[in-house]
Design a protein around this ligand. Structure first.
Ligand code: ADP
Ligand code: MG
Length: 394
């Protein structure tokens, strides 16, 4: 799974094209959470310190492909990078032009330019060959440090890698190593915690993990399809009727193997989906007209004990609607238990990572993935096209 690293190629005096994931929240030109930018700084600094010229690329938001719009410009990102790096990071408006090539030629070693949003250029998502070649023309070496985009076979991720030596950046290496530690030979007991809104989003993840873990903890909205499969009334909670059969077969499979599946036994229920809803804690069935929006304290304690004793913890999906404070306790308890676990703890999934950040516990996990979609594809047992594309060409 591990490819040649940016650590292992000659960089001095060379032009380096690095695909990063700077897809941060931006509103009216103001950058919110900078986690993804700061996560790429180690690789950027390594390349600059080696005396290379650096050309950075990323996508941002969802502009209509091939249609530049001011709201999705990477200019605010260039400003943040300039602050971190201590020099002005200029922009390349269009990587397909001779002006872009000239700007890179004129760039001093140890300095960087940022290409405008890769989604401004038609052919990005279809991996247009000419667009990939245009990126590669700007550089001698390609570095993929965009873990969060590596599940996409796009021109700036896969196409650019086809023409020049292509290596993994430090962030991509760190992410792959973390998932390797979990999906390779995990330290036992290996406990996976799955939550989030829907069973249907995670069927492939459940199937793949089922083969590997010693115990599965299921919370969040998806738990109610499993409880329904056990014949328990779930009231107005999230229920995917067409997944009840899948849930039942999974429970049977686990029972046949002697694998433990933990489901919530008590719940924080609400009379509607709102932070100021009427709320109570119940055990067992959910009363008619009420919906479970968090696991209850008894379940949180049971789950926490299992998590603390694990050799490896993999967590994907919050235990409740943690975005609303009255329904955040279950997710917070699980986060705290993972933080206290002395084993390997890996958090994948965009909302799960946001929850762990929100509770201030990221530093206490072995690894919190920066890539929601990419981490899910790894958890499904699939490879990443952006990683597969990396191969040494001298
Ligand atoms: P991740 O991004 O970590 O993979 P998901 O996207 O699968 O996680 O799920 C996150 C969402 O699930 C959150 O927005 C959260 O509010 C929602 N959720 C969790 N528990 C429940 C619940 N009991 N009812 C409804 N929604 C829930
Ligand atoms: Mg999500």
């Amino acid at each position: 799974m591990l490819k040649r690293s940016v650590n292992e190629v000659a960089l001095a005096g060379r032009r380096v094209l690095m695909r990063a994931d700077f897809n941060v929240p931006v509103q009216h030109g103001v950058v919110g959470d900078q986690t993804r930018i700061t996560a790429s700084l180690p690789t950027i600094r390594l390349i600059l310190a080696a005396g290379a010229k650096l050309v950075l690329t990323s996508h941002l938001g969802r502009p209509k492909e091939g249609k530049p719009d001011a709201e999705s410009s990477l200019r605010p990102i260039a400003a943040i990078l300039s602050q971190h790096l201590g020099f002005e990071v200029g922009m390349i408006a269009d990587p397909r032009t001779d002006a872009a090539l000239a700007a890179v030629e004129a760039l001093p070693a140890g300095r960087a330019l940022l290409v405008e949003n890769v989604r401004f250029f038609a052919g990005e998502s279809t991996n247009d060959a000419a667009l990939g070649a245009a990126y590669a023309r700007l550089a001698d070496v390609f570095v993929n440090d965009a873990f969060g985009s590596s599940h996409r076979a796009h021109a700036s991720v896969v196409g650019a890698a086809a023409h020049i030596p292509a290596v993994a950046g430090l962030l991509v290496e760190k992410e792959l190593a973390a998932f390797d530690a979990v999906l390779g030979t995990a330290k036992r007991p290996f406990v996976a915690i799955l939550g989030g809104a829907k069973v249907s989003d995670k069927i492939a993840v459940i199937d793949n993990l089922m083969e590997r873990v010693d115990a599965l903890i299921i919370g969040g909205g998806m738990a109610y399809t499993f409880l329904a499969a056990k014949g328990i009334d779930v009231g107005a909670s999230l229920l995917e009727k067409d997944r009840v059969v899948f849930a039942r077969s999974l429970l049977d499979k686990a029972a046949a193997r002697g694998m433990k599946i933990y489901l919530p036994t008590d719940h924080v229920i609400a009379d509607r989906f709102a932070a100021d809803a009427q709320r109570k804690i119940v055990s067992g069935a959910i009363p008619h007209g009420w919906m479970a929006l968090d696991i209850g304290p008894e379940s949180a304690a049971e789950f926490s004990a299992v998590i603390r004793a694990a050799g490896t913890v993999l967590w994907n999906g919050p235990m409740g609607v943690f975005e609303m404070a009255p329904f955040a306790a279950g997710t917070q308890a699980v986060a705290r238990a993972a933080a206290e676990c002395s084993g390997v703890t890996v958090v994948g999934g965009g909302d799960s990572a946001a929850a762990v950040n929100h509770f201030g516990l990221s530093e206490r996990m072995t690894h919190v993935s920066t890539g929601g979609g990419a981490s899910l594809e790894l958890l499904e047992g699939r490879g990443l096209p952006g990683v597969a594309a990396l191969q040494d060409r001298g």
